[in-house]
Design a protein around this ligand. Structure first.
Ligand code: AFP
Length: 329
């Protein structure tokens, strides 16, 4: 017997119908899926076609742009524009807002088309992360810089692994797998496990002595209880945490021996990294906070490429470290 699976599109159509929603979100998600499949294809063939190297440019974050970053950006902008549903988008790869359909558009999209650049030269997992907010339909538009709690959906593709995880507002976080026809199939609801047996801790251990003292102390008191895993691409690391439980963290760097390398604001980007995983985590029963112990989803961005520290995962662990962060000890 062949096992045939429910597709993502079928799942979403039913979801929209059940909640009496419009078709606009379907059109937008169809665009996201098309973009992800094309990025997946270029990434899989990247080593053979010479697309896994540097592009020769520096991006808005002051980092080297990889050829794949450019390809993924071009693909995503194309599909978002042709969906005609996006007012404008904010991308890691563009300093400015990317205008799309200011009059007829309905959504704001915040995305990082290929996150985890240090994995690119090796063809190892990277992420395509996105958050979606809706235009204010009741009154005058109140701006495009939305806090994560105002997103209607947030998701990530792990490329080239072929998994897609999507958090839907008040409707859970779902995981899909790519099949032989390049369709995303088999919706599986993700719920963070309560049992701490499988929990993992994920952070860049080489930064450990640069964290605030109280964070270092918390790690020392907890590290022996959990397995330690770190891939260096948020989508991949968070993918594990969603399944196994535990916590991913990228704390503020405040004690670097070279003070110029301190990152008191944190490293990760609020709108298209931290809020995206925080949203999926909330829908899976977890939570996320910043360096002040404040929920990530409550933080209103003040600028497009705002950075933040991030602690995300199982409620018990994140709430535990949130207390330490609030009390600074
Ligand atoms: P890049 O895409 O700039 O490599 O950043 C990836 C990332 O934003 C996120 O995906 C990782 O979790 C984190 O940075 C890894 O950073 P470190 O290399 O400093 O551990």
């Amino acid at each position: 017997m062949i096992r045939l699976e429910q597709t993502f599109m079928n799942f979403l159509l039913q979801h929209q119908e059940r909640h009496n929603r419009t078709y606009h979100f379907l059109i937008l998600m169809d665009a996201m899926i098309s973009a992800a499949k094309h990025i997946q294809y270029y990434y899989l063939t990247g080593a053979l076609k010479g697309n896994l190297g540097l592009a020769g440019d520096i991006n808005v974050q002051g980092e080297d742009v990889m050829r794949m970053d450019q390809i993924a950006q071009e693909i995503t902008i194309h599909y978002l524009k042709t969906s005609e549903r996006v007012i404008h988008a904010i991308s890691e790869e563009s300093e400015e807002i990317i205008p799309m359909n200011p009059d007829g558009g309905r959504y704001f999209v915040y995305f990082d088309p290929l996150d985890g650049s240090s994995n690119i030269p090796h063809g190892l997992p990277v992420g395509f992360l996105f958050g979606i907010a809706k235009r204010n339909l009741e009154g005058p538009e109140d701006g495009h810089l939305r806090a994560g709690k105002d997103y209607i959906a947030a998701g990530m593709f792990v490329i080239p692994t072929g998994t897609f995880t999507l958090g839907l507002k008040d409707a859970g976080t779902w995981r899909f797998h790519i099949d032989e026809t390049m369709a995303f199939v088999r919706p599986t609801r993700m719920v963070l496990p309560e049992d701490s047996k499988s929990w993992e801790l994920s952070f860049n251990a080489s930064n450990r002595h640069t964290y605030a003292e109280w964070v270092q102390k918390w790690i020392a008191g907890n590290e022996n209880k959990y397995a330690f895993r770190y891939l260096g691409a948020l989508a991949g690391d968070f993918h594990r945490i969603l399944a196994n439980g535990g916590m991913f963290m990228y704390p503020a760097i405040v004690n670097h021996p070279n003070p110029k390398k301190n990152r008191p604001e944190g490293k990760l980007r609020l709108m298209y990294e931290a809020s995206v995983v925080a949203f999926m985590c909330r829908e899976a029963g977890g939570t996320a906070v910043n360096e002040a112990g404040v929920p990530i989803l409550d933080v209103h961005p003040e600028k497009l490429h705002q950075r933040t520290a991030l602690y995300v995962g199982s409620k018990k662990l994140v709430e535990d470290i949130a207390q330490v962060l609030k009390n600074k000890g």
